[in-house]
Ligand binder design. Structure first.
Ligand SMILES: [Mn+2]
Length: 332
């Protein structure tokens, strides 16, 4: 990473460092934020993590005593820290708008130097230093490269390595997506030889399900999974009422699109989730079949070839119907 020394210099000079990441945090936004936080601590500097909204329950364990101040529940403190910051990191997002419409204007107003480190395609030009590598599987891997390229691997410890492992694990579907390379495995090996316990991380993340979460997922699969056989596309969906029935909390439907994708004969899967007046959409595919094009053309979204997102504002049933109308143009 050619910017690494410049970034570490900025960390050493700054008085008030704030680490931000995108709204609706996932394992990579949490993992890269905490990995960078612990790296900055190991450098003998201080930082604060300020996110738009709260960490999902299934990866709460990763905080391990580090506070994540979130805008949704503590707006005043986040505003104060953004205002006082002289260095702000933007991790795992490619446009200020990804902070959400409430937090992004305050980020844009902040006078601090801004450093983006991200792996999403087509970033906006919104930071002073932009590390944008869309061929890398996760932002957590880029934080590792920052540490390695700035010659700070001697600082690597369990506190830094554990959240980085989490970020790589969750953004690669537990090390299976094509975005993962031999370099990723080299990094994982280095993390393991520096105190990271992979079994503990997998158990803490995946073997901690609430019974309501398992029943909600079972319900969605039993009642709401549809196979468009001629297109080799699986559709899966959930209404807000169904989620309420199973006492849904954030993260409960995370990854369920991959269950649909795991079906025999399926090449692409789409998950539609009702959320207020919005329908959130996750697209996944296997092999060379792109899903970011349909997300971009018709569903206010975009993303990677095999994993994209989108949103619709016409209600769940109509959104699914719109998808079915457009799908033959993309999946035939
Ligand atoms: Mn990511």
């Amino acid at each position: 990473m050619k910017e690494a020394n410049k970034i570490v210099e900025a960390i050493m000079k700054a008085e008030n460092i704030v680490i931000t990441s995108h709204r609706s945090p996932d394992g990579d936004s949490i993992g890269s934020s905490l990995g960078l936080y612990n790296f900055i601590t190991a450098l003998g500097r201080k930082a604060l993590v300020c996110h738009p909204d709260a960490c999902p329950a299934f990866i709460e364990w990763a905080k391990n005593g580090v506070e994540i101040i979130d805008f949704e529940s503590d707006e005043e403190r986040v505003l104060k820290h953004l205002d006082e910051a002289d260095l702000i990191f933007s991790l795992d997002y490619n446009a200020a708008s990804r902070l959400g419409r409430d937090m992004s204007p305050h980020f844009e107003k902040a006078k601090a130097q801004k450093i983006m480190i991200d792996h999403h395609l087509d970033p906006d030009n919104f930071a002073d230093i932009m590390v944008s590598q869309s061929d890398v599987c996760s932002t957590a891997q880029l934080i590792f490269e920052l540490i390695a390229s700035s010659d700070n691997l001697n600082l690597l410890n369990k506190e830094i390595g554990t959240p980085l492992y989490l970020g790589i694990m969750t953004d690669t579907g537990s090390f299976r997506y094509s975005s993962l390379t031999s370099r990723t495995h080299e990094i994982l090996a280095i993390l393991l030889s520096n105190g990271v316990n992979h079994t503990d991380i997998h158990e803490a993340t995946f073997d901690n399900n609430r019974i309501d979460k398992l029943k909600l997922r079972a319900h969605i699969i039993a009642e709401r999974l549809e196979f468009l056989e001629e297109l080799k596309v699986a559709i899966i969906s959930v209404t807000e009422a169904e989620m309420e029935k199973f006492n849904h909390i954030k993260g409960d439907t995370e990854g369920i699109v991959n269950v649909a994708l795991s079906m025999e004969g399926v090449e692409a899967a789409v998950f539609f989730r009702e959320s207020g007046d919005m329908v959130k959409i996750s697209f996944r595919s296997k092999g060379t079949l792109p899903v970011n094009t349909i997300a971009n053309d018709h569903f206010n979204g975009g993303g990677h070839k095999n994993a994209a997102g989108g949103a619709s504002f016409v209600g769940l049933e109509e959104t699914i119907q719109n998808f079915k109308n457009e799908a033959p143009n993309y999946f035939k």
